[in-house]
Design a protein around this ligand. Structure first.
Ligand SMILES: Cc1cc2nc3c(=O)[nH]c(=O)nc-3n(C[C@H](O)[C@H](O)[C@H](O)COP(=O)(O)O)c2cc1C
Ligand code: SF4
Ligand code: SF4
Length: 266
């Protein structure tokens, strides 16, 4: 079967998931690589993408040990038609809990056949220079592991005639998936004195929660706290200032310092 073409399918507001998928693609050395970027706010209304051949690599960040609702919503726009797939979850050096199992099951529901899986580490959304949490990851070492994983997937899939030649990949996690604790509806704020109204924050927001006018307004009810706006603001005007979130960031900074390494399942 033709596994020479790769489809990278991802929701990735701060791009760490995307970087790992690109690393896997480099190692796989596919003849063609196509991106299905499910991050922009219009993704849930786009035409359905039908995937019929090649290999898909499906990636999502981990939010509170589960998949973000946005990954679940957006993956409804992709149909696998039996295409083999690699499942990748990206987490911020705490834990990925049930997210890998949830993504595997979601991929099956979308018509894919998951044959390999990986958990990689990316800079935590709440990481700052004062309280770094997996700052700068994925780094060169992580990307090297992503490329090696890509190479191993190529070896595993090269003699495959049909996806049924390979068993469904077993991954860690428990079902029913753990209920995540509820989080306060808060969003980053803008220091208007430092803001230059460039609009970058609005252009990277995956839920279109930001409107630039006289001031920078954020619709808290649809903000998912991905911190893409904070990380992309050129002047440092966007910040998370909610005391509960800052307390959470401090706990992560204190408790999640030990470097975790990528895990792969083949
Ligand atoms: C609301 C929220 C919840 C998160 N929960 C977890 C978690 O449970 N475990 C973890 O290690 N990282 C967690 N993270 C960190 C993200 O998984 C991490 O920043 C990831 O690299 C983001 O992926 P992206 O760059 O593709 O958007 C969370 C981030 C957000 C915004
Ligand atoms: S990215 Fe920063 S500087 Fe630009 S509009 Fe948004 S808050 Fe202002
Ligand atoms: S406003 Fe909320 S959803 Fe939009 S980029 Fe910022 S943190 Fe993410």
């Amino acid at each position: 079967m033709n596994t020479g073409s790769l489809r990278l399918i991802y929701f990735s507001p701060t791009n760490t998931t995307k970087k790992i998928l690109e690393g896997i693609a480099q190692g796989f050395k596919a003849a063609t690589v196509n991106h299905v970027d499910l991050t922009p706010p219009d993704a849930p209304e786009r035409e359905i993408v039908e995937v019929y051949n090649g290999l898909a690599v499906i990636g999502s960040p981990v939010y509170i040990g589960r998949l973000p609702d946005d990954t679940i919503l957006r993956l409804q726009r992709v149909k696998g038609n039996g295409t083999p797939a690699v499942i990748v979850v990206l987490y911020g050096n705490r834990e990925y809990d049930d997210a890998m199992l949830e993504l595997r099951d979601l991929a099956v529901k979308a018509g894919f056949r998951p044959v390999a899986a990986g958990a990689f580490i990316g800079e935590h959304s709440l990481s700052t220079s004062a309280m770094p949490i997996a700052a700068g990851r994925p780094d060169e070492e992580d990307l090297k592991k992503a490329r090696e994983f890509g190479k191993m997937i190529r070896e595993k899939t090269k003699d495959m005639r049909t996806p049924d030649d390979m068993p469904l990949i077993e991954v860690p996690g428990s079902f029913p998936y753990r209920e995540p604790p509820s989080m306060p509806k808060v969003s980053p704020v803008t220091q208007e004195t430092v803001c230059i109204k460039c609009g970058k924050c609005a252009s990277v927001c995956p839920t279109a929660a930001i409107t630039i006018g006289e001031t920078v307004a954020t619709d808290q009810s649809i903000c998912i706290r991905c911190c893409a706006c904070v990380k992309n603001c050129p002047t440092g005007a966007r910040k998370m200032e909610d005391p509960l979130i800052l307390q959470k960031a401090e706990q992560l900074f204190t408790n999640c310092r030990k470097r975790k390494e990528p895990e792969t399942y083949l």
